[in-house]
Design a binder for this molecule. Structure first.
Ligand SMILES: *[C@@H]1O[C@H](CO)[C@@H](O)[C@H](O)[C@H]1NC(C)=O
Ligand SMILES: *[C@@H]1O[C@H](CO)[C@@H](O)[C@H](O)[C@H]1NC(C)=O
Ligand SMILES: *[C@@H]1O[C@H](CO)[C@@H](O)[C@H](O)[C@H]1NC(C)=O
Ligand SMILES: *[C@@H]1O[C@H](CO)[C@@H](O)[C@H](O)[C@H]1NC(C)=O
Ligand SMILES: *[C@@H]1O[C@H](CO)[C@@H](O)[C@H](O)[C@H]1NC(C)=O
Length: 528
């Protein structure tokens, strides 16, 4: 699959290259020939519809614990992942903008990219992922991915037409994931003006131009609003990540506050999960989330190859630290922010120096990799490996998921997402209860919680007893409900928070929330 996708990309490039050569020979005909040839497969594509919103499935997908992979270099290119796509790029040949500006004409650049979008990852990849227990994918996109109208007055304006069909490919990707039962986190990797100056934000001039520029902020808020509008009612969308890896500048918190209130004001997005990257400042953004009650998730990235400090440590030192200090600080942050924490980029990469300190390098990397997996699983609501696939994948298992699976990573991840098979007999009852509860299938997923025993004798209980009793049965129910859907609860604190809200003060009296949540946790543990 990888081979054929590379081949077709190269094939597309060859067409453009030979046309270029031809163009040199017959220079007056160049544009005409080039356009008509690059254009042959380039009609405007229609945008597929999403299926009707199913709130119960959306609740499962949004609150369950995530095991995920990143689909890097599909819609935002990085030269070390997909070098063949950069062959005809312009300028420094390191960013998405360089690709869009290359290939002799926008039609040819469009053909290069559309061929890549069509072939780099296909439906069978999503079925493969679901067959090994991956339940979510994180898909990086840029503002340009939304289409030409979002490129106006940006560095992409001259090449806007390259992205004529790009949103339809994003929609197609979401629907392919849906067909395989996989949730999608759409991640804004490239904001207008750039949030980090890195080539993976789409530009190659290194300039960080988002935060101090009102025009760029306004455009980025429009982008985020569009994403909330288009995606908040899509069943398998688990959320939108507001920004990837912004610099942790003084304006960042203000930007996040504006972004969140803009997105929350979209009808239907009041409770939609929004993810924020922490600019590599775990503690600060843990407090930011702790200060709020809505479904905001912190994404923290975890790499051990990029600093001089990382280089100095051996692989086994890294492994030891991940088990101790890293694990402790993640557990502490997680507890501080009701569990709304994910590690949505990590890999098995170590520097050659870190590895050279080991007598058994293969075993050292295996431990490093699997300890990360366990620590992120144990301390957070989920993880996402960087990255699903790349060119020369087989020689790079540390970064390439498909080569790492069954090698330095386990061959199957499904056992950890399902932990309650011993309750399978009980589940049948729960399932028929769910089926017979019409309130659940219509609007409110928390109606199932309300439905669980709201007994006559509740009237005679103290408010603390009532909260405890309700909490326990809701926790038990949640364990069974998620298990019945082949998964387990991940965003536990948020689920409790949202349940208390849905139940209302006549069920959980103000001041007794801690009784509810402590009992919920006991019920959940008993159910799992
Ligand atoms: C071919 O494409 C170029 C650049 O996109 C454009 O300037 C030119 O007018 C086009 N030529 C024809 C004949 O369509
Ligand atoms: C903001 O960014 C835009 C686009 O990059 C640029 O044209 C404009 O000059 C910038 N404005 C300021 C005040 O820096
Ligand atoms: C999402 O669905 C809700 C409920 O049907 C509706 O009220 C809301 O307007 C929808 N939002 C968008 C942006 O389509
Ligand atoms: C969280 O709230 C506290 C108390 O209101 C405030 O001092 C602090 O700055 C807030 N932290 C963040 C990161 O928003
Ligand atoms: C993760 O949690 C499991 C179960 O509690 C435990 O057995 C394992 O040692 C933990 N792993 C790490 C690396 O902390």
């Amino acid at each position: 699959m990888r081979l054929s996708s590379s081949n077709s990309v190269i094939g597309a490039l060859l067409v453009c290259v030979s046309l270029q050569a031809l163009g040199v020979a017959i220079s007056t005909k160049r544009d005409q020939i080039s356009n008509s040839s690059c254009n042959r497969m380039l009609q405007t594509r229609s945008i597929e519809p999403f299926s009707t919103f199913d709130k119960t499935t959306a609740t499962v997908m949004r609150y369950r614990k995530q095991q995920s992979v990143n689909m890097g270099s599909w819609f935002v290119h990085e030269d070390w992942l997909t070098p063949s796509v950069f062959k005809e790029a312009a300028g420094p040949k390191v960013s998405e903008l360089d690709i869009a500006s290359g290939s002799d004409s926008t039609d040819c650049a469009r053909m290069v990219l559309e061929t890549h979008w069509e072939t780099f990852i296909t439906e069978s990849d999503f079925f493969y992922l679901s067959s090994i227990g991956i339940n979510t994918v994180r898909i990086p996109i840029g503002y340009w991915s939304l289409g030409p109208e979002f490129c106006v007055d940006t560095p992409f304006s001259a090449v806007a037409d390259v992205y004529r069909n790009s949103w339809s490919y994003i929609v197609r990707a979401i629907n392919m994931a849906a067909a395989a039962g996989i949730g999608v986190l759409i991640d804004l990797h490239g904001a207008v003006g750039s949030q980090n100056g890195q080539p993976h934000s789409g530009i190659s001039d290194g300039h960080i131009g988002l935060f101090n520029n009102a025009t760029n902020i306004k455009k980025t808020l429009t982008v985020l609003s569009f994403l909330a509008e288009e995606l908040c009612n899509v069943t398998n969308i688990v959320g939108v990540e507001v920004l990837n890896e912004p610099v942790d500048c003084p304006e960042l918190i203000g930007f996040y506050n504006s972004a969140i209130s803009t997105m929350r004001s979209v009808p239907g997005a009041e409770t939609f999960p929004l993810y924020i990257h922490d600019g590599f400042n775990l503690g600060k953004f843990s407090d930011f989330i702790a200060n709020r009650t809505d479904f905001i998730v912190q994404d923290s990235h975890s790499y051990f190859v990029f600093t001089a400090q990382d280089e100095k440590k051996s692989a086994s030192q890294h492994t030891k630290e991940i088990q101790t200090t890293v694990s402790d600080s993640l557990a502490m942050a997680s507890a501080n922010q009701r569990g709304n924490l994910v590690i949505d980029e990590w890999s098995c990469a170590l520097t050659p120096t870190s590895l050279s300190a080991e007598s058994d390098q293969i075993a050292a990397r295996h431990d490093f990799c699997n300890v990360q997996l366990q620590v992120y699983w144990n301390t957070t609501a989920g993880w996402s490996f960087w990255t699903y696939t790349k060119e020369d994948c087989d020689n790079d298992p540390a970064w390439c998921f498909t080569a790492a699976v069954g090698n330095i990573l386990p061959s199957d991840f499904s056992s950890s997402t399902q932990s309650c098979s011993r309750y399978s007999a009980g589940l049948i009852d729960i399932r028929s209860d769910i089926a017979s509860n019409s309130a659940l299938s219509s609007r409110d997923p928390f109606a199932a919680i309300r439905y669980r025993r709201w007994r006559r004798d509740a009237e005679t209980m103290t408010s603390e007893q009532r909260s405890s009793s309700q909490g326990y049965s809701d926790g038990l129910f949640a364990a069974h409900f998620f298990c019945a859907h082949g998964s387990r609860l991940g965003f536990t604190g948020q689920y409790i928070q949202d349940s208390i809200e849905a139940l209302g003060p006549h069920v959980v009296s103000p001041g007794t929330e801690s009784y509810y949540s402590a009992s919920f946790m006991r019920g959940l543990a008993d159910g799992e």
